[in-house]
Ligand binder design. Structure first.
Ligand code: PMP
Ligand code: GLN
Length: 380
């Protein structure tokens, strides 16, 4: 068979989780918590899983009561006019489906899509499957901030979409209001759209706010903004996310969504709609994750890893040059097998596999897990 993605192997997250399982390593590679969703949410799901009438297809755009809650939450958090649940919000099977649906809906053969690199591994392949051309703009190390002059230079009349991800996977970098204003100025008076992947919106530390593309009017009118209940409720396995976009853009996303998954699990949507009004469940997250980051940084202090700033998301990047001169893939595999701690090599986030001598730890783990991992790393 002639592959449509001949250069793409199995996702690094699957590869490292499988290796971790084979080696009995502590898995700080794939991003997922080793603790459960809030009990009220699990109980709500148990209830709805046996509620007559909640077992068949949900409406294609998502349960209306869930979309209404998403609208209220978004307006409250970002101080904006509530997005219209009828025409501006679509519930998807994780942010993953939303990303794919948006790209399939808007990227035409030959269209350019600007991607800041390093980038989440699905962006490039999903763009290419539409016949699109990813145009990669490097983020600046060590803080992984965008160089807006490079972005400006990469924009062309063929740029269909700019892909943003803040807080950023894998670095945790966070875009500021000024960043969003700068991009807005570049895109005003163009037909270029924005896909803003904000799945880590509740994980921003050190008193900084998360700035959403929804808060910058020039961006909001051309943006698809994505989030994921998997991240917000420690429920990555539930696979529920959503896309907020103006009516004309939402209509295009739904054209694809209806033929991609059609609708998302009904009892799960009911359970999420039940707990969404409890603002405490997400307003506690920045402090909850900052504590984990700070603990992990403290635990790694005696090691020979050099830690980079980690202002958001649930990832910590580290240089390992004092321990090894190996490339990051070789080092990550050896760390998993020999030290018993699985991590992700950052080259997996570069389309050309560029080795920056960096690995990514996920610190969405119980304190005991982080301590056990640090004890193993201290021996290196
Ligand atoms: N975007 C980014 C940046 C992510 O890190 C993830 C989670 N791996 C996703 C999208 C996918 O989210 P979901 O699990 O809701 O499909
Ligand atoms: N987003 C998660 C990460 O970056 C993994 C998601 C996945 O396994 N596809 O680790």
């Amino acid at each position: 068979i002639v592959s449509k993605l001949p250069d793409v192997g199995t996702s690094i997250f699957s590869v490292m989780s499988q290796l971790a399982a084979e080696c009995g390593a502590i898995n700080l590679a794939q991003g997922f918590p080793d603790y459960d969703p809030p009990q009220v949410l699990s109980e709500a799901l148990a209830r709805h899983a046996t509620t007559p009438g909640h077992q068949q297809y949900a409406p294609m755009p998502g349960l209306l009561r869930l979309r209404e809650q998403i609208s209220l939450k978004t307006a409250l958090l970002y101080g904006i006019t509530p997005p219209d649940p009828a025409t501006e919000i679509t519930v998807t099977s994780g942010a993953t489906e939303a990303l794919y649906a948006v790209l399939a809906a808007v990227v035409r053969p030959g269209d350019e899509v600007l991607v800041l690199e390093p980038a989440y591994d699905l962006y490039g392949p999903a763009i290419r499957l539409q016949g699109g051309v990813p145009v990669y703009v490097p983020l600046r190390l060590p803080d992984f901030r965008p160089d807006w002059d490079l972005v400006a230079a990469a924009l062309t009349p063929r740029t269909r979409l700019v892909l943003l991800n803040s807080p950023h996977n894998p670095s945790g970098a966070v875009l500021t209001a000024l960043d969003l204003r700068t991009l807005a100025a570049l895109l005003e008076n163009t037909a270029t759209l924005v896909l803003s992947d904000e799945v880590y919106e509740h994980m921003v530390f050190d008193g900084q706010p998360h700035r959403s593309a929804l808060q910058e009017p020039v961006l909001a009118e051309r943006s698809f903004v994505l989030s994921s209940f998997g991240k917000t409720y420690h429920a990555t396995g539930w696979k529920v996310g959503y896309c907020i976009a103006p009516p004309l853009l939402t209509a295009e996303v739904r054209r694809v969504h209806q033929f991609l998954t059609f609708a998302v699990s009904t009892p799960t949507q009911h359970a999420l709609a039940d707990v969404l009004p409890d603002t405490g469940l997400y307003t506690a997250l920045p402090a909850f994750y900052q504590r984990k980051r700070d603990l992990f940084v403290e635990l790694l202090r005696p090691t020979r890893f050099e830690l980079l700033p980690a202002p958001g998301a649930y990832f910590q990047l580290a240089r390992y040059h004092q321990i090894s001169q190996e490339d990051d893939v070789t080092f990550a595999r050896r760390l998993t097998r020999e030290a018993g701690v699985a991590v992700v090599p950052v080259s997996a986030f570069y389309h050309d596999g560029r080795d920056q001598g960096l690995i990514r730890f996920c610190f969405a783990k119980q304190e005991e897990t982080l301590a056990a991992a640090a004890a193993r790393l201290a021996a290196l």
